[in-house]
Design a protein around this ligand. Structure first.
Ligand code: NAD
Length: 466
C-alpha cells in the first residue's frame, strides 16, 4: 500500500475500533460537549480563517463571516438545542395486525462516516456536515478540498487540536486521498461536489453498500415574471450570483426575464452591480476565481458563447483570477454555457414571452439544485413550482433557503441525493431502527399448522383488512 492508503486505513481502523463503545458512551451530554468544543475552536480560529480564505481565493472578510463561519455556528446552536428531541425514540401507534405490541423508531449512529468537501465553501461544507455527524453520534474522517490549501490546513489543525483522531480526523490531499478513502468500508459517505465526481462516489459506495448523501450542483434557473419587483430581484440576484464570485452551488446560473420588463430589469441590474462592486472590475467586495484552471474555463466558456453569437452586454475589466460581473445575452443551445454549470460571475439573461417555454426548457434539463422565482401573482408562482422540480425553491429571494435550519438542504437526482442541515442532517447520519416489542400479540393464532380453524381466522382477517 502507498502511504496515503496506509494513512487512510489507519485512521479508519482507529475509528472503527470505537464504534461499539461509542454506541453506549457517546450520548446526549457527550455529543453536546463535542459540539461545544467545536464551537469554541471555531470562535478561537476566526482570524486565521479570514486569513486562510483570503489567501485561497481573496474571499472578503464579510463573506467569510456570513457564509463560512455563521452557517456552522448556526448548525451547532440549532443541533445542541434540539438534540434531545431528535435522539429520543419516537413511539408509533400499533396497527390492527400488530395489536398487543408497542412500536418505536430509534435513531442510531451509522458508525464511521466519511465527509468529502469541495473548495467553494471549503470551511462550512466540511464542518457543517461534521456537526450533523457528531450530533448523530458518529465518528468522522474529513477530506477537505486540495484546491483551497490554506483552509484545508486550518481545518486539519483545528480538528487535531479539538478532537481525538478516534472521533474526528482530517486526511488532506487530492483525488488520490479521496480515492484511498473511498476504498474503505465506511458506514456513510457525505459528499459535496460536482455531479461527475458524485457518480464516482456512488459507484465506490456500491462496493460496500455504504449509504450516501450526495450534495451536488447544476444550473439553477431564475425566472423574473412580468409583475416582479425589479429592484428587489436585482438586489437578490446580484448577491446570489456574485457572492463568492459566482462559485456557489445554489447561485442563480442564468435568468429568464419576461420580455416586457427585460430592459427595465437590465437597467436596475447594472445599477445594482455598480453600487455593490463599483465599475473597476476588481473589487475588495468580490472574491477571486479559485485557480488559473477555473479562470481559463470561464474565459473559454465566454469565448465559445461569443464565437457562436452571444452578446456581452456588460463587461468588467478582468485580470487573471479577478473576474468582474459579466452579463451576456442572445444565447443559443449550441453554446457550452447553455449546458455547463457556469460557477463564476457570468450571468446569461434570456428574454421570454410565454412562461410555458421556460418551464419546458427547465424540464428538458437535469433537475437543478435550486430554482428562483421573482413575481407577485401567487397563482403564477405556484404554477411554476408545481410544473418543475428542483432541490429547493426561492421566491423573491436567492440563496437564503440555505440558511434556514428547519428546511432540508439538498438536490434531486443529478443535483443530489438526500439532504443536509438541522434535523435532516441528523437523520442523514442516523439509521432509523425499527423496534417492535410484543406484549400480548394475537398473531400466534395464525401460526402453523394451518388447520381449518386457522384458515377460517385468516379468511376473517382478510375480509377485515384486505
Ligand atoms: P469536485 O467534485 O471536483 O470535488 C469535490 C471533492 O471531491 C474534493 O475534495 C476533491 O478532492 C474530490 N474529488 C475530485 N475528483 C475526485 C475523484 N475522481 N474521485 C474521488 N474524489 C474526487 O467539486 P468542486 O470543484 O470542489 O466543487 C464544485 C462543485 O460542487 C460544483 O458542481 C458545485 O455545484 C458543487 N457544490 C454543491 C454543493 C451542494 O451543497 N449541493 C455545495 C458546494 C458545491
Amino acid at each position: 500500500m502507498d502511504s496515503i492508503a496506509t494513512t487512510a486505513a489507519a485512521a479508519f481502523e482507529s475509528q472503527s475500533a470505537g464504534v461499539a463503545a461509542r454506541r453506549q458512551e457517546f450520548g446526549l451530554t457527550e455529543r453536546r460537549a463535542a459540539l461545544a468544543r467545536l464551537a469554541a475552536a471555531i470562535r478561537h480560529n476566526e482570524a486565521p480563517l479570514v486569513t486562510a480564505l483570503a489567501a485561497d481565493f481573496g474571499k472578503p472578510e464579510a463573506e467569510v463571516i456570513l457564509t463560512e463561519l455563521l452557517p456552522v455556528m448556526q448548525e451547532i446552536r440549532h443541533a445542541s438545542r434540539h438534540l434531545r428531541r431528535w435522539m429520543r425514540p419516537r413511539r408509533v401507534a400499533p396497527t390492527l395486525a400488530t395489536l398487543g405490541t408497542s412500536a418505536r423508531i430509534r435513531p442510531e449512529p451509522r458508525g464511521v462516516c466519511l465527509i468529502i468537501a469541495p473548495w467553494n465553501y471549503p470551511f462550512s461544507l466540511a464542518l457543517g456536515p461534521l456537526v450533523s455527524a457528531l450530533a448523530a453520534g458518529n465518528s468522522a474522517i474529513i477530506k477537505p478540498s486540495e484546491m483551497t490549501p490554506a483552509t484545508s490546513a486550518l481545518i486539519a489543525k483545528l480538528v487535531q487540536e479539538t478532537f481525538p483522531p478516534s472521533l474526528v480526523t482530517v486526511i488532506e490531499g487530492g483525488v488520490d486521498a479521496s480515492q484511498a478513502l473511498l476504498e474503505l468500508p465506511f458506514d456513510h459517505i457525505f459528499f459535496t461536489g460536482s455531479p461527475a465526481v458524485g457518480k464516482v462516489v456512488m459507484a465506490a459506495a456500491s462496493r460496500t453498500l455504504a449509504s450516501v448523501t450526495l450534495e451536488l450542483g447544476g444550473k439553477s434557473p431564475t425566472i423574473i415574471g412580468p409583475d416582479a419587483d425589479l429592484e428587489n430581484a436585482a438586489k437578490w440576484i446580484v448577491f446570489g450570483k456574485f457572492a463568492n464570485a459566482g462559485q456557489t452551488c445554489i447561485a442563480p446560473d442564468h435568468v429568464f426575464v419576461h420580455r416586457a420588463v427585460k430592459d427595465g430589469f437590465l437597467a436596475v441590474l447594472r445599477n445594482r452591480i455598480a453600487k455593490a462592486y463599483g465599475t473597476a472590475g476588481t473589487s475588495p467586495h468580490l472574491a477571486r476565481i479559485v485557480n488559473d484552471r477555473h479562470a481559463q474555463r470561464l474565459s473559454d466558456l465566454l469565448q465559445d458563447a461569443v464565437g457562436k453569437g452571444a452578446q456581452v452586454t456588460m463587461d468588467s475589466p478582468s485580470q487573471g483570477r479577478d473576474l468582474g460581473p459579466t452579463l451576456i445575452e442572445a444565447l443559443t443551445p449550441e453554446m457550452d454555457i447553455s449546458s455547463e454549470e457556469i460557477f463564476g460571475p457570468i450571468l446569461p439573461i434570456i428574454a421570454y414571452d410565454n412562461i410555458d417555454e421556460v418551464i419546458d426548457q427547465i424540464n428538458a434539463r437535469p433537475k437543478p439544485l435550486a430554482l428562483y422565482v421573482f413575481a407577485k401573482a401567487r397563482p403564477q408562482i405556484d404554477r411554476i413550482i408545481a410544473a418543475t422540480s428542483s432541490g429547493s425553491v426561492g421566491v423573491n429571494l436567492t440563496v437564503a433557503q440555505f440558511t434556514h435550519t428547519g428546511l432540508p438542504f439538498g438536490g434531486v437526482n443529478t443535483s443530489g441525493i438526500g439532504a443536509a442541515h438541522g434535523e435532516y442532517g441528523f437523520r442523514a447520519f442516523s439509521h432509523e431502527r425499527a423496534v417492535l416489542t410484543n406484549h400480548f400479540s394475537a398473531l400466534p393464532l395464525v401460526f402453523p399448522p394451518y388447520t381449518a380453524r386457522v384458515k377460517r381466522l385468516i379468511g376473517l382477517i382478510k375480509r377485515f383488512l384486505g
